[in-house]
Design a protein around this ligand. Structure first.
Ligand code: C2E
Ligand code: MG
Ligand code: MG
Ligand code: MG
Length: 284
């Protein structure tokens, strides 16, 4: 009896794995089709100067406009993309689309810094600094209007190679920020070693800021540390005015969150933030 049960659960386990594999393969082929059909879009979320709410930039965030399911958020498909053969193609599409948009805004007289999220595959293949340089060249975008967000887990890659790569990217004039700071593998010593322009405080610390004194302590000391090191600090996930005010009182310069604006298509961003008379503050 015990044996039968064990064999039974073994079968269930196996079919669960098979199901998962099938799901992944289905998603992968759907994603490949999505690339062909141009179903990906970039949304842009405003980043503001907290002291006066002035627009300084936008984070480009990928969306998949699924023919049946509607907009699918990156959490649902980027993990698969990042471990598939499509990774590089999609990463290049993101980088190119964001640069073109930033250049269009620049040409219309708005210096909106556009931040892109780096994919892990972009560190493995080829020369990222070289493709960034080529893209700046092709679009004519002012380098300081491009920002690259990297999560701390890039430090799991060959450290010397990564350091050299980011140094070259910064020499182009492109800014590099640590994303989701405080949630990953980085130790404080990396802040010294890694050429960095700024930190983004993860929204898991910002969310409970007003209610949780531990979160407040972590955010407060991250802001202090950033300032001491001459880094820009951006708080993400600001959902209400009280949190924004508290961040200002702690000396945080920039922020992003639903309180200021959700990620939205470029045209909506134009209308809401760049309509005549609402020129972006010079971020360059
Ligand atoms: P992230 O880079 O930390 O992006 C911020 C995420 O927080 C976005 O989710 C954004 O919509 C969300 N967010 C912003 N403000 C608020 C707020 O006030 N409250 C709450 N609850 N959430 C807020 P999204 O767009 O679903 O992206 C999730 C993650 O997917 C991103 O985290 C990023 O790691 C990844 N991702 C998004 N677009 C790309 C991309 O083009 N390439 C790569 N490689 N990764 C991407
Ligand atoms: Mg990001
Ligand atoms: Mg982030
Ligand atoms: Mg985050």
């Amino acid at each position: 009896r015990a044996k039968a049960t064990r064999r039974g659960s073994h079968v269930i386990f196996e079919s669960a794995i098979r199901q998962e594999l099938e799901n992944r393969l289905t998603l992968e082929s759907e994603l490949a089709l999505a690339v062909e059909r141009g179903e990906f879009e970039l949304f842009y979320q405003p980043q503001v100067r907290l002291i006066d709410g002035g627009l300084v930039g936008a984070e480009a965030l990928i969306r998949w406009r699924h023919p049946v399911r509607g907009y699918v958020s990156p959490g649902e498909f980027m993990p698969v993309v990042n471990t598939s053969a499509l990774s590089e193609r999609i990463a290049n599409w993101v980088m190119e689309t964001a640069c073109r948009q930033a250049r269009a805004w620049e040409l219309s007289g708005n210096n909106v810094r556009v931040a892109i999220n780096l994919s892990p595959s972009q560190l493995q293949s080829g020369d990222l600094a070289h493709s960034v340089a080529a893209l700046l060249d092709a679009t004519g975008l002012t380098p300081s209007l491009l920002e690259i967000e990297v999560t701390e887990d890039i430090l799991l890659h060959d450290e010397r190679r990564v350091l050299a790569m980011f140094k070259r990217i910064q020499e182009l004039g492109v800014r590099v920020l640590f994303d989701d700071f405080g949630t990953g593998y980085a130790s404080l010593s990396y802040l010294k070693k890694f050429p960095l322009d700024g930190l983004k405080i993860d929204r898991s610390f910002v969310f409970g800021l007003l209610a949780n004194s531990d979160d407040a302590a972590i955010v407060g000391s991250t802001i202090g540390l950033s300032k001491q090191l001459g880094l820009t600090v951006v708080a993400e996930g600001i959902e209400d005015e009280a949190t924004a005010d508290f961040l200002v009182s702690m000396g945080c310069e920039e922020g992003q969150g639903y309180f200021f604006g959700r990620p939205m298509p470029a045209e909506a961003f134009d209308r809401q933030f760049l309509a005549a008379g609402h020129k972006a503050a010079s971020a360059a």
